[in-house]
Design a protein around this ligand. Structure first.
Ligand SMILES: [Mn+2]
Length: 427
């Protein structure tokens, strides 16, 4: 463990009395509403959201990137940082790798991760940029490229991601492509989608029986006129064409402003095609801001649907949760800690919704009381539950404070040379 357990223990001890008092008060409040706090704490403790390996590096925009100190040099440093986030929050048990950025010896990766108590979540392929050794360029597309050999190269890359993932214990491949066009008329939209379907079917054919393929849509960027997998409709068509092992992945930032994402969640789940999430937040577009930073109520409303679906479909409904955000002005570890807790908070708040009362208000068309039922849950401060869950699992009551107390960033900055590259770069 990179942070001394004694430090966390001391941190927790100094907060124990206050937490016990707050927890008892919240338990009493919830008891009045016939809710058992212990079952909520157990649910919070069982919740996990994966960390993307690229999230622990400082992000950037098209204009610039301002590197932080002690940035991870390679995937093993990234795993160390993810291990710290898991150690303190106990809510991020898996890491999602990106190939080729994290392409290292799988046995070494597995050993490093298990030493940190981490598993591997979905594999992410990359056909949106060119790599040094690559023969054909993805400038004009990858899985939907007009050139068959370029499509073949993109198919092979995705299959290789599956092969690497098999050795790591991953069980899913997330496919996001930047394919599209920048000018009306540049691409034949129908034929382009046909080529994409034909290529992704070949990737799907290489999927092991116990694997899933997640298709991730995004409205725009890097293509600014049209995108091949632009919305949940196209994503649903793809997942349906592929078969039962394929489902849709919803990245909260990949929609037009004001789109009702919780409704998309409901629709996809209703037809068994909701596979997973990339959590982040946004104000204007695909801003990749920290989860819950701008609109925590929307995050809650998404989880309100997820809890509702789980109650209907049971434990067979297990969407994959991952953070996918870019940290431009904060310490990435602190942002990921904060965001993981915000996502966990939304989940626990959604568990508080009185669904029997809500169904009654809906049946009576009592709009005001129906929405108040949601607001009551959203307004409840569940911090004592989240803190108790962390405490029970060996995490820190206040992970950001504990992280700063540990001076981990200062410590790794002596091992990791400063990055001076100031170039732009979305990660
Ligand atoms: Mn994403």
């Amino acid at each position: 463990m990179r942070i001394a357990p004694e430090l966390i223990e001391k941190h927790n001890q100094s907060r124990q009395a206050a937490l016990d008092a707050d927890y008892a008060a919240l338990a009493q409040y919830l008891r009045r509403h016939h809710i058992d706090i212990e079952s909520l704490t157990a649910s919070a403790a069982g919740f996990g959201v994966a960390i993307p390996s690229w999230g622990v590096g400082t992000g950037g925009t098209r204009f610039a990137r301002f590197p932080g100190v002690g940035e991870p040099r390679h995937v093993f440093d990234k795993l160390d940082d993810c291990g710290v986030i898991q150690q303190l929050t106990q809510a991020t048990p898996a890491v999602s790798l990106h190939i080729p950025w994290d392409d290292e010896d799988p046995a070494a990766l597995r050993e490093k991760a298990s030493g940190l108590g981490l598993g591997f979540d979905a594999m992410n392929s990359n056909t949106f940029q060119d790599q040094a050794e690559q023969v054909r360029s993805y400038k004009f597309g990858s899985l939907s490229h007009t050139d068959a050999a370029t499509r073949e190269q993109a198919i092979e890359h995705n299959i290789r991601c599956i092969e690497i993932g098999k050795t790591l214990g991953s069980q899913a491949l997330t496919v996001w492509v930047g394919d599209g066009s920048n000018f009306p008329g540049q691409a034949h939209m129908g034929q382009q989608f046909d080529r994409y379907l034909d290529a992704i079917k070949q990737v799907y054919a290489a999927l092991p029986d116990d694997w899933q393929l997640f298709t991730e849509h995004k409205m725009y960027e890097p293509a600014f006129y049209s995108t091949v997998v632009q919305d949940w409709g196209s994503s649903y068509l793809i997942a349906t064409e592929l078969g039962p092992k394929a489902s849709c992945l919803v990245d909260l930032g990949h929609h037009a402003p004001n789109v009702n994402i919780e409704m998309i969640v409901s629709r996809l789940a209703r037809f068994g095609k909701l596979g997973g999430f990339h959590f982040n937040d946004s104000k204007y577009g695909d801003d990749d801001l920290d989860s819950g930073a701008i609109d925590p109520y929307r995050l809650f409303l998404v989880f309100n649907e997820l809890v509702d679906i789980t109650q209907q479909q049971g434990d067979s409904f297990q969407p994959a949760y991952m953070l996918d955000q870019s940290h431009n002005v904060t310490d990435p570890i602190e942002s990921l800690i904060y965001s993981a807790i915000e996502v966990q908070r939304a989940y626990v708040q959604a568990l508080l919704v009185d669904r029997v009362a809500l169904a009654g208000y809906q049946a009576d068309n009592d709009a005001l009381m129906a929405t108040d039922t949601l607001k009551r849950a959203f307004r409840t401060n569940v911090d004592p539950i989240l803190q108790r869950a962390r405490l029970q699992c060996g995490g820190a009551v206040d992970p950001i404070v504990a992280f700063r107390e540990s001076e981990y960033r200062k410590q790794v900055s002596t091992e990791r040379p400063a990055v001076t590259s100031a170039g732009g770069g979305i990660v």
